[in-house]
Design a protein around this ligand. Structure first.
Ligand code: HEM
Length: 427
């Protein structure tokens, strides 16, 4: 389906958004920017101008196959600077292509997709939640997103072998990288500055791990990254090793957003909470997967053509910028009937490695840029549902739980306030 172009026209007719520049519309419409235009133009592909640059926007499984297949596309220079600097950074796995990417990706897969590692993180998360639950009893109310960020920070640092120091400060640093990546706004500069501080801290830990090689636990993720040999047989530079360790810490903290969306579903449909309180483990994974499908997180992902790219009857020139609509694809009524309805009978799973259920990327994880953290994400959401429904008593007071769809990444406005939180008494 995809191939390098050899000859022919530069491209067949592609419907256009029509606006001279659509950047303000993107800011206004957020997650709905691409889906709105696909519907209006009755097409799964259209051309637009964003930040004065020509871009091809696409949605659906065929487009996902282009992004996560063997077409000559790169993630370099494909997203705004705030996204690159806060979420990935130069030298990270996501910025690599070809053999260099596959080799580095192997490191992430061997750590993040090892069932024993996922279990270890799940246990750390459970332990930290139950410990924090004690302190909630002393507060009239707590904001769940802030609490979950703190709990996940403590859990992931403990799991990775990263001494956390001031965990509240670290939680603010890691959560801020996601919060302010969407676009430049007040707070972005602070988040960038804090990211630099986290990098300095982790660089020091990498240097220490290397100096003490032989006396550190080689199985801990921090030490594994520090000891890893890249495709050229050389150790990663200290800078890149730190970037890759942060590439495991930050996204685990980001799972807190899905956890808040899971809490929202439990609140809005109390029959789910009753089900899980009564131990219906069999329904838990589909519940977690549906949370990943329905909740707005990554709206789209960018790529650029490294050479001419042929797709369907179109030929795109080298340098062409593309956006793949992740949110629109997971909300496409042709793929997911009544996409706004939360249901647990859709049989969706990260295990399929397919091209339609793509909240964290598509295709085969080992050979593409698909997220290696999906198993972890699902297990953490599942554990949070167990903790919320079986271990934690709380009351959800009236508050603003609306979700602004032009705020990227999105979240219920209040952050999900809970009152009278305490350990649920044993029956
Ligand atoms: C919070 C939930 C998460 C979301 C919404 C998410 C989303 C994504 C998406 C959309 C991609 C694909 C990027 C692309 O195609 O260029 C990706 C890649 C990646 N994710 Fe996740 N992710 C999440 C959790 C995690 C976790 C828990 C980890 C690790 C602990 C992780 C680590 C990574 C890494 C290292 C990549 C780059 C992979 C590559 O370039 O080959 N993510 N993620």
């Amino acid at each position: 389906m995809t191939a390098k172009a050899s000859s022919g026209p530069t491209h067949a007719a592609i419907p256009s958004d029509g606006a001279w520049d659509a950047t303000l519309s993107l800011l206004r419409e957020g997650y709905y920017f691409i889906p709105n235009r696909c519907r209006r133009l009755n097409s799964d592909i259209f051309r637009a101008r964003l930040t004065l640059t020509d871009v091809i926007c696409m949605q659906g499984p065929e487009a996902a196959e282009l992004f996560y297949g063997d077409a000559p596309l790169t993630r370099q220079q494909a997203m705004p600077q705030t996204v690159l600097r806060l979420l990935q950074d130069k030298g990270s796995v996501q910025q690599l292509d070809g053999d260099a990417h596959r080799h580095r990706k192997g490191l992430f897969i061997s750590i993040l997709m090892a069932p024993g590692e996922v279990e270890r993180l799940r246990h750390a998360f459970r332990r930290e939640w139950l410990a924090r639950l004690q302190s909630w009893e002393n507060h009239e109310k707590v904001v769940l997103i802030d609490e979950v960020h703190l709990i996940l920070t403590r859990a992931v640092c403990n799991w990775a072998g990263v001494p956390v120091g001031d965990s509240e400060e670290m939680a603010t640093e890691l959560a801020g990288m996601v919060e302010y990546a969407g676009h430049f706004r007040p707070g972005t500069v602070g988040a960038l500055w804090r990211r630099r501080r986290t990098e300095r801290h982790v660089r020091k830990l990498v240097a220490e791990a290397r100096a003490k090689r032989g006396s550190v636990d080689p199985s801990l993720p921090l030490n594994r990254v520090a000891a890893f040999r890249d495709v050229d047989g050389e150790a990663l530079s200290v800078d890149v090793a730190a970037v890759e360790i942060i590439n495991m810490l930050r996204p685990v903290v980001a799972v807190g957003r899905f956890i808040v969306f899971a809490a929202l579903q439990l609140h809005e449909k109390s029959e789910w909470a009753d089900l899980f309180r009564n131990g219906h483990e069999d329904r838990l994974e589909q519940f977690a997967e549906e949370v990943r499908r329905i909740s707005p997180f990554f709206p789209f992902i960018g790529a650029r053509a490294q050479e001419d790219v042929r797709w369907r009857q179109h030929i795109f020139p080298k340098g062409q910028w593309f956006l793949l609509d992740l949110f629109g694809t997971t909300h496409d009524p042709k793929l997911f009937p009544h996409p706004e309805v939360f249901r647990d009978d859709r049989s969706i799973s990260w295990r399929d490695q397919g091209y339609d259920f793509i909240p964290q990327g598509a295709g085969h994880v080992a050979s593409t840029h698909r997220c290696p953290g999906e198993m972890m994400t699902v297990e953490l959401i599942k554990e949070s549902v167990r903790l919320l429904s079986q271990e934690t008593f709380y009351v959800v007071p009236p508050q603003n739980l609306s979700v602004r769809m032009n705020r990227v990444p999105a979240l219920p406005e209040s952050g999900f306030v809970i009152e009278q939180a305490k350990a649920r008494p044993l029956l």
